[in-house]
Design a protein around this ligand. Structure first.
Ligand SMILES: Nc1ncnc2c1ncn2[C@@H]1O[C@H](COP(=O)(O)OP(=O)(O)OP(=O)(O)O)[C@@H](O)[C@H]1O
Length: 533
């Protein structure tokens, strides 16, 4: 198709070609047919048509209509929608060209290829085991000047959202999630992996009532030495702040001190939150919370939730011991301690994985249960499918012990795309990875997340004949020579970064100083408290 045939849609079709979302042949065919029927159509009408017939998602169309054609394809991942923004960057629902499965892709600033190699080592560690509660870190790569991290996309609602919506949960339901998470942590710890950021927003509860830990793998990236870490200082500072409500005392004093024992403390805070509806130290500033984790005891659980059995409260207290030695010897011991509080599995609200009569806590399949009163986020086609468990007996069964070492997967996990990530771009053979740049501290999120309401439907599109959809007029081009386009893409992306991140870059030093000041204040506070005693 020649440029002159494109009429008022020319700029949009050019951007679409440059985005890498659709191969040129099929794109030209679809656009050609549309324009034959609607020769005077404007870009918004074409975009609407492409969304209606499933060629583009509403998210992609909106970005393209806003002149943002870059960053929609990262390595093998085609970004479909924005899921949300966290302390490190934006998270997108993406489809992989390698296996057509859906992934949650977190986009980070660029630092260096060397560091990506370190992170790839992390990814390999997740290949040696599977557990339903561990959403594995399956890929890391660099494309178009950006780093991305990938996990299988899981459906559900975060524990944080559930409790914000419904309030505290019944003790047996909390015990169920505790057992599931502790089982997942046991296997991860046995494989020399810790989570490092266990908190209610990182626990996703599926419609099968299975708890799944998100963001596994990031904690260990945060403990890499500064200068070697994939994660920039600003993101690290943001991540520490956002995890403060469940941060272990030792990780607050020394942010690189993240260990399996720290995961126990954080899990204790998560269970406290689920049982009472409050984080252990809800009051005060960030500094006061840091001090509280070091020196204070939270309000006793049974003051806030009298129905919690004393034994369950003692478990949470032990998990939240200030000194790591005061906690459990391992999460397997914790599983044993929690099991008696499951009670009758048939009575657990929302049911248990595997169904109320056949399943065992933490394993199995239950597709019909729903979190009561919760909207739940559904990602059709993206679930980690749980196999049906045999149902030999009725009633409750003991919770199965986690397996150590490589296990036979009881949860088929989408095939990791890691072997071909970043290099295998169908139809874009000349794409080059950016050159490593050790000095680039970068910042997050090159892509603007549309407001929540904008995700499910196209933004209000100007009517046919209107000319205001494109922010800036594009110069007329004659033909898209491939190599210069890629250079242009890189330059455009770099410009976008420069526009979006200067404030964050300038803040990095201030954040570092603030962190040092906070640690000094805590030390002075503890010293003064001890002197007074
Ligand atoms: N594997 C996944 N499957 C489905 N949704 C996910 C997955 N990983 C993250 N999300 C969702 O993406 C959104 C952003 O996640 P992210 O981890 O960046 O932020 P957060 O946990 O809310 O904050 P923080 O960065 O401070 O941990 C959240 O709503 C989270 O539930």
């Amino acid at each position: 198709m020649v440029t002159s045939d494109l009429g008022a849609c020319e700029w949009f079709v050019w951007d679409l070609r440059r985005s890498g979302l659709i191969d040129r042949g099929p794109l030209d065919q679809i656009v050609g047919e549309f324009l034959k029927r609607n020769p005077r159509a404007e870009a918004p009408s074409l975009a609407e048509f492409l969304v209606d017939q499933g060629t583009l998602t509403a998210f992609q169309a909106e970005r393209l209509l806003n002149g943002k054609s870059q960053g929609l394809v990262l390595g093998p991942y085609v970004l479909l929608d924005a899921i949300g923004a966290g302390s490190m960057g934006q998270v997108y629902k993406a489809s992989s060209k390698n296996d057509n499965n859906h992934y949650a892709v977190k986009v980070l600033p660029r630092r260096s290829m060397w560091n990506v190699r370190l992170a790839r080592r992390q990814v390999r560690s997740f290949g040696s085991f599977t557990h339903p509660a561990v959403v594995p870190f399956v890929d890391v790569g660099t494309a178009g000047g950006l780093h991305y991290l990938a996990w299988p996309l899981v459906e559900g609602t975060t524990l944080e959202a559930i409790i914000q919506h419904n309030g505290k949960l019944p003790p047996n339901q909390v015990a169920l999630y505790g057992v599931q998470i502790a089982q997942g942590l046991t296997i991860a710890h046995q494989n020399n992996l810790f989570h490092g950021l266990v908190k209610p927003s990182n626990v996703m509860i599926g419609s099968d009532n299975q708890a799944r830990m998100l963001d596994f793998g990031i904690g260990s990236l945060l403990v890499e030495n500064e200068g070697e870490s994939l994660v920039d200082t600003m993101s690290t500072a943001n991540t520490l702040t956002s995890g403060l409500d469940c941060a272990s005392p030792e990780s607050i004093m020394e942010p690189t001190n993240r260990t399996p024992a720290g995961d126990q403390y954080s899990l204790g805070c998560v269970l406290y939150y689920a049982l009472t509806g409050h984080v252990p130290f809800p009051e005060g500033s960030a500094v006061e919370k840091m001090m509280a984790h070091q020196t204070k005891e939270p309000t006793p659980i049974r003051e806030l939730a009298p129905n919690v059995p004393p034994g369950l409260e003692e478990i949470v207290q032990r998990l939240m011991a200030k000194a790591p030695e005061g906690r459990y010897s391992g999460c397997d011991e914790l599983v044993e301690a929690l099991e008696p509080f499951l009670g009758d599995l048939n009575q657990i609200p929302g049911g248990i994985p595997g169904g109320s009569r056949a399943g065992a806590a933490g394993l199995g399949n239950r597709s019909s249960s729903h979190m009561p009163g919760l909207p739940g986020r559904s990602n059709p086609g993206s679930r980690i499918t749980l196999p049906n468990k045999p149902s030999p007996s009725s009633g409750a069964r003991p919770v199965p012990k986690p397996q150590s070492g490589p296990v036979t997967p009881n949860t088929p996990i989408p095939q990791s795309p890691r072997s071909t990530a970043s290099t295998n771009l169908p139809g874009r053979a000349s794409f080059q990875l950016p050159t490593p740049d050790e000095n680039d501290t970068g910042a997050v999120a090159p892509i603007n997340t549309p407001p929540a309401g904008a995700r499910s439907a196209l933004p209000k599109l100007p009517t046919r004949g209107a000319t205001s959809a494109k922010p800036e007029p594009k110069p007329v081009k004659t033909a898209p020579p491939p190599a210069p386009v890629i250079e242009e893409e890189e330059a455009e992306l770099a410009d976008a970064w420069a526009e979006e991140v200067p404030e964050r870059k300038n803040n990095t030093g201030a954040i570092g100083l603030a962190a040092i000041a906070i640690v000094l204040m805590i030390a002075v506070y503890i010293g003064a408290t001890m002197l007074m005693k």
